[in-house]
Design a protein around this ligand. Sequence first.
Ligand SMILES: Nc1ncnc2c1ncn2[C@@H]1O[C@H](COP(=O)(O)OP(=O)(O)OP(=O)(O)O)[C@@H](O)[C@H]1O
Length: 255
Amino acid sequence: MLESRSLSVEFGGVAALSDVTFTVSGRSVLGLIGPNGAGKSTFIGAASGLVRPISGNVSWRGIKLTGRRPDQMARLGVARTFQHARLFPGLTALENVMIGSHLSGRSGVFSAMLRSPRWRKDDAYLESLAVEAMESVHALHLAQRLAEDLTAGQQRLVAVARALAGGPSLLLLDEPAAGLTDAERELLAEDLTRFFATRDMTVLLVEHNLNFLMSLVSRIVVFDRGSVLAEGTPTEIRSNPAVIDAYLGAEHAAR
Ligand SMILES: Nc1ncnc2c1ncn2[C@@H]1O[C@H](COP(=O)(O)OP(=O)(O)OP(=O)(O)O)[C@@H](O)[C@H]1O
């Protein structure tokens, strides 16, 4: 279970999250939505150890995640994507994804980047994990392309593959469909549905494209101005007056 307990985060004295409490049970996909600036990325930052809360915490299977280092996160089986793809330039797409599989492997990300002897030993196995992850999101044709030569949408797919490659048990996806074409987005929704169905994993998905999000999630938490505004099934959320007022708008809810 992923549990956020009274989580509060401030930036320069200004509250970004205030007393956020919710849980995500075992094998499920939770959508996190809300207006711009509501605190969704900040939550992912806190859950992945990069953003330090002023109080409260996020825990995963009873272990506190807040304040942990990236290598500790990887060992706990936690992977994330960022709002901006953040691939390493100068490396191919495949090498970028292999860094994701190294995060859960033995030799670590720096060893991977420096191509140490230990890294080379693990290489074949980790490459097979990376190839599998790229295949699962229809990105294998990009494998030998340099990261900087990819379109924004392709970079995003590679970043998603990198997060999947380590076989995470907790996956935090920050707007994985942003910048994708309609066709790419539909294909990614199908690919992720298939991937999640065959893995024992908990997923937290932040996404502004609600058709994409609703096709993947079983529950939704809505943030507004740093607090939890509502929580429920997609059907409940679509018809919640407070959510319509703060985020969805009457036109969207009616669709
Ligand atoms: N590093 C930072 N320094 C200062 N303020 C920040 C920082 N990161 C986020 N904030 C502020 O915290 C609040 C929450 O931002 P956050 O990015 O988490 O929202 P969000 O819901 O992810 O928004 P969006 O949908 O636009 O990505 C905003 O007011 C934002 O300006």
